[in-house]
Structures are given as C-alpha cells and as structure tokens.
Write a protein that binds this ligand. Sequence first.
Ligand SMILES: *Cc1c(COP(=O)(O)O)cnc(C)c1O
Length: 339
Amino acid sequence: MPDPSDLPVTLGDIRAAARTIAGLADATPMVPSPFMSDRIGHPFWMKLEIGQPTGAFKLRGATNAIRALGDVPGVVCCSTGNHGRAVAYAAGEVGLRAVICMSELVPAAKVERIRAMGAEVVIEGRSQDEAQLAANRLVRDEGLIDIPPFDHPDVIAGQGTIGLEMLDARPEIDTVIIPLSGGGLAAGVAVAAKAIKPGIRLIGVTMENGAAMDASLKAGKPVDVTEVASLADSLGGGIGLTNRYTFPICRDLLDEVVLVTEGEILTGMQTLYYEDALVAEGACAVAHAALLAGKITVTGPTATIITGRNLDMQTFTRLMAGEDVALGDTTLKGQTYGA
Ligand SMILES: *Cc1c(COP(=O)(O)O)cnc(C)c1O
C-alpha cells in the first residue's frame, strides 16, 4: 500500500466532509442480513444509502462539493441519474442555481423528477456527449461550475464518509464489498477504510459487460469500453480518458475487482428483495451476486453498500416475479426466485 499521505484525498479530507454534510446527507442505517450471514458463515451488514433524501449515496459527494464552492453563480452537470438528482437537491439546499443538461432521449418522467427538485433542465442533442456540450457552454458563458459525478476530490471525500460511518458502527468489519463504476464511491470508502484499518480487504464489484474501471486497471491506464445495457444501469459509463483521481486511488487501494453476470445480478436483486425485504437497484445487488455465485470467499465480518433505489418499478416487479424483461436490444430471461 502506498503512503496514504501521497493520495489526492486523505482521511482528514473525509473527516472534514463528514462535518460539511452533517444533517444533510449522512447517518444512514447499517442493518444486518440474517440470510446472507447464514450463507457466508460470517456477519453480513448492509449500509442503506437508499435512505438518502434522493434515494442514493451520490448526495454525499454532491453536497460536499457544492458546499465547498463559496460564491459562484450556480452549478451544472449532465447526469440524468442519481448524480443529477444529487446536484439538483444539494444546490437547492444551499439556494444555488442548478442546471441539469440532458439529451432528447431522456424519458419525460426523469426530466420532470429533476425539475420537481427545483433545478433548471436544458435539453440538447441526442446523446450524453452532446448534452455535455451544453454544460460546457454554460460553464464558459455563465460561469457555472461543472460538478463531476466521481472524478473530483470533494466528491470522493463526500462518498468516503460512508466508509467512516461503516467502521464507526462496526469496527470489526474485515471485508467491504463496494459497487464499482466511475470509482468515486470505491475511492472514497477505500481511503477512509485503509487509513482507519490498514488490513481491511476491499473488493470492487461491477458487471461483466462494460466494466470500464476493471478494463482500465488491467490496461494500466484509463480506457474506453463499449457501453452495454445492464440491470445495474447505475454502474454503466466510462471513467474518463483524462481521469485524474479515482483511477489511481482504485489502482492503489482496492485489493480486487470482481465481475458479475446479468443472471447473477438478477439473483442478487431477488435475494435483496425476498430475503432482506429491500427494493434496490441492480447496482446494489452486486455483492450479494458475487458472494452467492462463489466469486468471493470471505473470512470474517463483511459489509456492502446498498447504494440506490431509483428504479423503474414496473420493470422491477416483473423481474421479481420471474418474468422476461427487455434489456437494451436483448431480452433477459426471467428466473423464479428459489426455484
Ligand atoms: C453512481 C452509483 C454507483 C457507482 O458509484 P461510482 O462512484 O461511479 O463508482 C453505484 N450505485 C449507484 C446506485 C450509483 O448511483
């Protein structure tokens, strides 16, 4: 492990973030899973970030980054998912203008949800890349600050507060299994956890198809991957070819990265629902998925983060009922839980 003081985010930054976000995006519960504990032979804990006001952990990073800004004309981002909601909500909390840029292809319901949080919506182009051009223009012409979804020290420090809270609540945890996409969550939790407990084992888990961080770690530098539809849609997207922070931190601090299939994610989601009584996105089910598939073996108390619950409920109920669902251009075969 490298000298932690060489990393771009430190335990001190994360403790400062904890003070910054206190009362706004902190103190989610940590609950046991008797079913998973029984299956792995060790206590298993779940940090319930689905209890955040926006339904996902990204509110921590967005709140920390926005509160660090001081006097600016406003913020902008081009995420339609959990990060967009987080920026809209966090800016609203501090009375700052927020503009969320999205493409014409974004469903009306998603647009309305963001507007309802008090943010302005700019619709431009037919892809995320084209929507980003609108965001870039607002930065240049109106002085808005772009809040990135993961590759920013304040965002990483905000997500890292999850690691602080987990080890505060359960210092005996010796393995943390972290859903992994751009790596803001994994990097933040890793900096906190390895600083507090250097021997802790940290495993990032993501879907097999389109795993940008995994491909980048294998290549030794940030690389692009083709994006493929997944049940874990919040784990899609690249890490950015100019990635500065999350790639080196994940490279230096994660002990392992494990990949799961769509079928394994479905089993994980059904287990979370039928055994743990949790409605959660596919992204949250990757720890359950990897453990139940035998892809991770643990040797002591283990925890994961149930990262978000912003789902299409029609699709979710069909998945739980074992029906086939469309996934991009393909059909995901349904499976009956416990059959
Ligand atoms: C963003 C997100 C993740 C992944 O976080 P990264 O910081 O991009 O690795 C996991 N789960 C949910 C629900 C998310 O919204």
